[in-house]
Design a protein around this ligand. Sequence first.
Ligand SMILES: Nc1ncnc2c1ncn2[C@@H]1O[C@H](COP(=O)(O)OP(=O)(O)OP(=O)(O)O)[C@@H](O)[C@H]1O
Ligand SMILES: [Mg+2]
Length: 235
Amino acid sequence: MIEAHHLSKVYDRGLYALRDLSLTVEHGEFVFLTGPSGAGKSTLLRLLLRQELASEGELVVDGEHLSDLTASQVQAYRRSIGFIFQDFKLIPRKTVLENVAFVPRVLSASATQQRRKTFQVLKWVGLQHRMNAYPVELSGGEQQRVAIARALVNDPMLVLADEPTGNLDPDLSLEIMNLLREINARGTTVLVATHDRELIRRVGRRAITLDHGQIVEVMDGDRGDGVVVRPVTAV
Ligand SMILES: Nc1ncnc2c1ncn2[C@@H]1O[C@H](COP(=O)(O)OP(=O)(O)OP(=O)(O)O)[C@@H](O)[C@H]1O
Ligand SMILES: [Mg+2]
């Protein structure tokens, strides 16, 4: 699903945010990216989202060479990815329902299909009863569940999450990870950047540690001992 070949990203003054990084993430895998602040985790996610281009090397996602995409291909490519941020990035003046429905429309989907899909994902994250609430009326964990619903409404092939539990307590963090594991169990590839070594241990998936833009350690997950804290129904 993801192939990085000798990837480097150089910012001003010769700072290498990523340096000669090569990795492969298989289709359907769940992989953590970890490492200290400034290691290059968010940079790699930005390159994967095609917000920025690599300075050197190649990044291939689902067969697409990201450096070769035209502007319209970039739009289509981004629509095939779900992105989840640490600070949720919900639109404050829109309701839960509107936040989830307010994603680039899949051209083939009718308004009815879009609405049905929106209800489905909100139900799946357990928030259908709050769909008319505004983000400010929700707890942090609820806001992150809305962000996850929004990332899933277009059935992405790949979900990228940058510190999705950075603002949440350990129980809520595990709950959010369980949602991501459920998504993964349905075949979506998931890549999560996190500082939280304890969470990685509990979830028990492959973890790639970056430092100064390079891979310094790869741990194979033992599939963890994290318990599903809330029953979830499949979409
Ligand atoms: N737009 C930019 N311009 C210049 N330098 C940048 C830019 N974005 C990131 N960097 C630098 O690149 C390096 C990697 O940053 P990155 O944000 O990828 O780290 P990170 O692993 O996500 O860190 P954190 O855990 O703090 O989120 C850092 O040294 C950072 O200062
Ligand atoms: Mg970061």
